[in-house]
Design a protein around this ligand. Structure first.
Ligand code: NAD
Length: 327
């Protein structure tokens, strides 16, 4: 296994996720080079990363004195060869299709040193499909973040059939040492773990609106004011283990779990959102937003995420590695 520490980072695709990844890596003190199809898009991505870093200072997650130096860690690459020249780790965040990912992986594989790790942010594609396009598939894996990656700790690591297990282990350690919370999948499935769970929940959240059970606003409230409070602390298995009282998870499955059969039998199974449903959902969100705009809500969300992370993880704030708290 290559023991050289991961220090120089390349970001391919500088949209929503690429710019947030750049924020994370730069805040960790790493050199970050960015590239996209158009220099104007790269400039926008760098601008967004700068804004994110300023917000980290406002949240108390980064010292103000570090800001200029950290922003100075981020630079445009100019072209694909310059992006890949001498980097240890490439985080690809381009469009979510096999066609685009296959094309960029073939090019990256050709230009990058054999020891450069090529990681994809893909929300649900299979690395086994993507790595068919490369000559050195061992260094390719999925490293799927949750938006925004500079704040949310989860990274799902998904090897393809030809990924070298030592590379997965190395990337896992790399993220753990930087305050992220990686999970490693044993088997590839479309949507990995978190987005499959989200997909199951989202279908039902849509169906409840379309069947007229509740408004968009109330379906969302039923999530964030109830189960969502617990989900920031523990997952569904542990929640139901506690829900089983002294009998634990076994008791919960045998008794309360039976009632769920009746829900499952009549729940939605469709796999496409109709144009009419789309209109109702978009209008429902518009009503729920009231006077607020999306940027304002996103700012509020990010501030609250930071507060939650401080409460839950205390001393070591995930993602920044900054020591906080007194205990
Ligand atoms: N948005 C999310 O919530 C989210 C969360 C986790 C992971 N992801 C994943 O991250 C990846 C990027 O998603 P996004 O939301 O940032 O999309 P985005 O549209 O904001 O950004 C994608 C960028 O890729 C660029 N691009 C497209 N083809 C390219 C090419 N051939 N070479 C270089 N750049 C190219 C585009 O110009 C664009 O700037 C996807 O794989 C997506 O599944 C998204």
């Amino acid at each position: 296994m290559d023991a050289k520490p991961i220090q120089a980072i390349g970001i391919l695709g500088t949209g929503t996720i690429g710019s947030s990844w750049a924020t994370f890596f730069a805040a960790q003190g790493m050199k970050v080079r960015m590239h996209d199809v158009d220099p104007a898009i790269v400039e926008r991505g760098i601008g967004k990363a700068y804004e994110n870093l300023e917000a980290l200072v406002r949240y108390g997650l980064m010292e103000k004195e570090r800001l200029a130096a950290v922003q100075g860690n981020i630079a445009p690459a100019g072209d694909m060869a310059a992006l890949l020249d001498g980097i240890d780790y490439l985080q690809e965040s381009v469009a979510e299709t096999y066609e685009v990912k296959g094309k960029v992986y073939a090019e990256m594989d050709r230009l990058a040193s054999p020891r450069t790790i090529l990681a994809s942010s893909s929300s649900g594609l299979l690395m086994s499909e993507i790595q068919k396009h490369v000559a050195r598939p061992g260094r390719c894996l999925i490293a799927h973040p949750f938006n925004p990656p500079h704040l949310v700790p989860l990274v799902e690591l998904v090897p393809g059939q030809k990924t070298d297990p030592a590379v997965v282990e190395r990337v896992k350690r790399f993220f753990e040492e930087r305050g992220k919370i990686p999970v490693v999948l044993k088997l590839e499935v479309p949507g990995h773990i978190a987005n499959r769970l989200a997909a199951a929940l989202w279908r039902e959240a849509i169906d409840l609106v379309i069947r007229g059970v509740a408004s968009v606003e109330d379906v969302d409230k039923a999530l964030y004011a109830g189960p969502g409070i617990r989900w920031a602390l523990m997952g569904q298995h542990m929640i139901y283990h506690l829900g089983g009282g002294e009998g634990g998870y076994g008791y919960f499955i045998d008794h309360i779990g039976k009632a769920f059969g009746a829900y499952w039998r009549e729940m939605a199974t469709w796999s496409e959102i109709s144009p009419e449903s789309r209109e109702r959902l978009v209008e429902g969100v518009r009503q729920a937003m009231g006077e607020r705009d999306a940027a304002e809500i996103a700012r509020w969300r990010d501030e609250k995420i930071v507060g939650l992370l401080k409460v839950i993880y205390g001393k070591q704030e995930p993602n920044t590695g900054k020591k906080g708290g007194k205990t």
